[in-house]
Design a protein around this ligand. Sequence first.
Ligand code: KG4
Ligand code: ZN
Length: 357
Amino acid sequence: MIVLGIETSCDETAAAIVTDAREIRADVVLSQLDDHTPYGGVVPEIAARAHLEHLDGLIRRAMAESGLGFADIDAVAATGGPGLIGGVIVGVMTAKAIAAARGLPFVAVNHLEGHALTARLTDDVPFPYLLLLVSGGHCQLLVVEGVGQYRRLGTTIDDAVGEAFDKTAKLLGLGYPGGPLLEKAAALATNPGRFDLPRPMVGRPGCDFSFSGLKTAVRRHVEELGLPLSAEDQADLAAAFQNTVAEVMADRCARAMRQFKEMHPQGGALVVAGGVAANKTLRARLQKLADREAMPFVAPPLRLCTDNAAMIAWAGIERLRLGQTDPLDFAPRPRWPLDPSAKPAIGKAGVGSGVKA
Ligand code: KG4
Ligand code: ZN
């Protein structure tokens, strides 16, 4: 089976061709970074227009790279949500048009499921596994029991961790996108132990996360030091923030591991996915934890952690193998939780709280 995948939910326009033999035949990603940098973050309307402008060309490039023609494609999969509605509409409409024109099945993929199943594309990880999903919009611990079968153990009660990286990088004057720039700055720290930051939620029962207090603590240090920060201050604060996030993640994961082992005594791997999974300090900390708990640890290659279409094509393949396709009147879903039965996290104030489901 050969599937064309399309990803347009945020600020990367991407197309990929993947086979059910776990082979990535083409994987092209166009970052819209230059379009959004002047605004210090993603502007939804600009994103939607950029997807519209570039998607056709990217699909053509992916086809050319794979050496395949449309006649070789068995299905089209596109991100159907969650994400910025304008972009999702562009990807979904394009996929539907190709599917209709070629008489192919169409699959609307949950972007989070794309991240969640990446470890099966890269490492053939068997179900069940424990997933730490860390991206710009989400921060969750989930038990992945099968395709479409997720049990959420914890989520953030305020910011997503990628959002915390982005906002903290802004506070430090590092610019956008925050995650990779903050990681770079932290690598230059001469005194990573200089700042003592609070560790939100550490030691607390449950597996929920919180990052707003950590961000506020960084802001206080920045105010005390005065702007603009020296490169040394930037680096030391970035390292303190990054190490603290890794410690918080390890504490939350350790608790989730205990719950996972109770649910599935036969065991399974700890998997990390999403853009923040590209962070090397976090990866190393999770590896150490998994070693201690005698659990295999799987982190996809950096390129497949951040948004891409190979993961969407692969999630499409997983669903197609179960006979699941979507009708051509599928409506994009800007909000689309992986575990619809999960209760809102404690501290969620509802509409307008800024909390992601
Ligand atoms: O999964 P992703 O590409 O897009 C979403 O679905 O949100 O994740 C993007 C997020 C951004 O917040 C970005 O700052 C963060 O992932 N990120 C990182 C790193 N690379 C990307 N955060 C920390 N360290 C990194 N190396
Ligand atoms: Zn993502």
